[in-house]
Design a protein around this ligand. Sequence first.
Ligand code: ZN
Length: 273
Amino acid sequence: MSRLIICLTLLMALPAHADGFISRLLNKPVPGGVAVLALGDAAAAPKVTYQGKRVLVVREEGRQWLAIVGIPLKTPTGQQSALVDGKAVGFKVGSKHYREQRITLKNTQQVNPNADNLKRIERELDEQNRAYAQFSPRQPSNLMFDKPVDGPLSSPFGVRRFFNGEERNPHAGLDFAVGAGTPIKAPAAGKVILVGDYFFNGRTVFVDHGQGLISMFCHMSKIDVKLGQELTRGGLIGRVGATGRATGPHMHWNVSLNDVRVDPAIFIGHFQP
Ligand code: ZN
């Protein structure tokens, strides 16, 4: 009897532990990164929220439930917690240094827009924020994403940006150095939830991969999908371009989890600590 009690005590003292493929790939708990929380193997999926937003929950093959939590870039290092079926589950956020980048733009409207452009920017931001906030019940087809274009990575996620010497929002996505016209393919299956032509982002497509995991592709020269279209993994989305605020043709890709923009490099195995 006393042995049984000791064993139970030990089990409860052990932290929830995730060591499978998904955790090794995605658990990068830094600002702008992802925390993978192990949630046990109950029959039903636990409901998880973080900062009031629903969180992606997946079941590892034959194993336990995992919450895949997006961590905002502004998060301080230290303890954070998510709510799992109403109970707090803690995780630790480490530190990461993001470097600076200075960009010169000839079009000063793209640095200090006039009142008309500001109105347009605000409207477009609202529209895009509503897309990021969506949460559909579908399970993502794959969490290890395919690269959306065949080419080298360029500007990383999270870089602090100064346009003509003035600091603006940090880089919310990952750039690929590829030429105009390069086909952009869906990194996982999904549904097209927004198509637009925006002041900063140019021609833009949002793809919902399921449960708040959302990709955004922008600065495109050509869009090959329609609103509401279902895409298979690898399906053609459009072509690389330089529309919106871009110094030249490249592909810009955002990845969002629980309405938080996180480093897309994590999902293609290119995370740099
Ligand atoms: Zn970019």
